[in-house]
Design a protein around this ligand. Structure first.
Ligand SMILES: Nc1ncnc2c1ncn2[C@@H]1O[C@H](COP(=O)(O)OP(=O)(O)OP(=O)(O)O)[C@@H](O)[C@H]1O
Ligand SMILES: [Mg+2]
Length: 417
């Protein structure tokens, strides 16, 4: 497959999405193929029907391939679930060169030292994300290369996943006839496609409300500071509607999407009525829309309340200058922004995938945030490599300092991220 083609494969609770993007002439990403297949293979991030997932992957990939006119062989694949654990770890090294200038090898050593930490046997490191560096007493340094110091310290955010989950997803991808480029945490992928750099600097909570679970990622100072998961999502809303209105789940899902709202104050005074199909073939029944909205709002109060507790537990809530960004299919419900603002007492916006061209209209909805983000993750990882190659070409007459730095960043990026 062309080096400039990036394929994101999002295996969600409700659907598998395959998004094919290419790097356009201006360097930006352009969507050229989209495939989507509903699935029942996962439950709250846990695999329960491998064959179904494999078939869904094949269907989604085929659809995207036909649209794009390319054959997919390697993919960036999302992973999430409540087995994900994340924590910070510090590393320290002393400068060994006489001039005490910090070289790339020192940065490599300090990151290596920070990532050397014992994790439970059944877990594996998924990402090691370097945060700030400290040179002697100087804190908050983003790039210490070339600085002078005696001691270099860094903190890395280590994200781990259960080995069996990694192996199962890897097997599904392989059985579907594809090659896995890298497993990427869903939270991280969504943040690539919906968050601005300014928001990450100022402090932001990203909540990706999927079908089975809601993924939380907190950024501050342009660093990822916290990731976690709440085991509730849009499908819990559907189940509540189905139980309270005594209607089959497929009908509940339809009503939710056509008449749902998460915030009662947005309902007009003259409440409309809806005809709802009953379970067990009983006659349709008329219900007030207000009842539907009360059911949805109660579940959203609980889900967002759990998210709020998690943010409070992280100790970062007072640093969230840019507020909260909601994404994922569950955020497509009308009234979600207003509901979330009333729960968090922070500004809230709905995050659609951005900074993408081509067939972008097909993937502009929040439910595509992680799929688009996976392509972006792939392209940014490879982009540094691309610059690396240009640097190499120019080096025939001696490599410039700039190209040297890019090359170093490139090796650092591909090694640790
Ligand atoms: N317009 C809408 N109004 C309300 N809910 C919606 C709407 N569109 C999608 N949803 C809900 O979004 C959920 C699916 O979201 P998404 O596609 O992000 O999940 P997923 O990635 O398959 O699941 P997960 O991330 O939990 O593994 C479903 O519960 C669906 O009912
Ligand atoms: Mg999802």
């Amino acid at each position: 497959m062309d080096n400039d083609v990036f394929v994101g494969l999002d295996i969600g609770t409700t659907k598998v999405t395959c998004i094919i993007a290419t790097r356009g002439e201006s360097g930006g990403l352009e969507v050229v193929g989209v495939g989507k297949c509903n699935t029942i293979g996962l439950k709250k991030g846990v695999m329960r029907n491998m064959q179904n997932i494999v078939e869904s992957i094949q269907t989604a990939v085929k659809e995207a391939e036909l649209m794009a006119g390319v054959d997919v062989d390697d993919v960036w694949v999302g992973i999430a679930g409540d087995h994900i654990r994340a924590f910070d770890n510090d590393g320290f090294v002393a400068m060994t060169h006489e001039d005490r200038e910090i070289r790339q090898e020192d940065i490599d050593r300090v990151i290596e030292s920070a990532k050397t930490v014992k994790i439970p046997e059944e877990y594996e490191q998924l990402h090691v994300i370097p945060q700030d560096f400290q040179v002697d007493n100087l804190e908050g340094i983003k790039q210490p290369l070339g600085m002078i110091g005696v001691r270099l310290k860094t903190t890395v955010h280590i994200i781990t996943a259960q080995t069996t989950s990694i192996q199962n997803i890897t097997k599904c991808v392989k059985d579907a006839g594809l090659r896995l480029n890298k497993l990427v945490l869903d939270h991280l992928a969504s943040s690539y496609s919906v968050l601005d750099k300014d928001e990450k600097e100022l402090g932001v909570v990203l909540v990706d409300i999927g079908g089975g679970t809601s993924n939380i990622a907190i950024y501050h100072d342009d660093n990822i500071r916290h990731v976690s998961i709440v085991k509730e999502g849009g499908d819990d809303v559907t189940r509540d509607i189905s139980i309270v209105l005594k209607t089959p789940p497929t009908e509940a899902e339809k009503i939710k999407k056509s008449h749902g709202c998460a915030y009662l104050p947005l309902l007009p005074e003259d409440d409309e009525s809806l005809m709802v199909q009953m379970t067990g073939g009983r006659d349709d029944r008329e219900i007030k829309r207000r009842l539907l909205v009360e059911v949805i709002e109660a579940r959203m109060d609980e889900l967002l309340g759990l998210v709020k507790q998690d943010i409070e537990k992280s100790g970062l809530i007072s640093q969230m200058g840019a507020g909260v960004v909601l994404t994922g299919g569950g955020s497509q419900m009308p009234g979600m922004r207003e509901k979330a603002e009333s729960v968090f007492h922070l500004p809230v916006r709905i995050g659609n995938p951005q900074k993408i061209g081509g067939l972008s209209d097909m993937v502009k909805a929040p439910m595509f945030a992680s799929g688009v983000g996976l392509c972006m993750f792939g392209s940014e990882t490879a982009q540094v490599g691309g610059v690396h190659k240009i640097g190499k070409k120019k080096s025939s007459g001696g490599e410039s300092g700039y190209n040297n730095i890019i090359k170093k960043i490139s090796s650092w990026f591909s090694k640790y991220f």
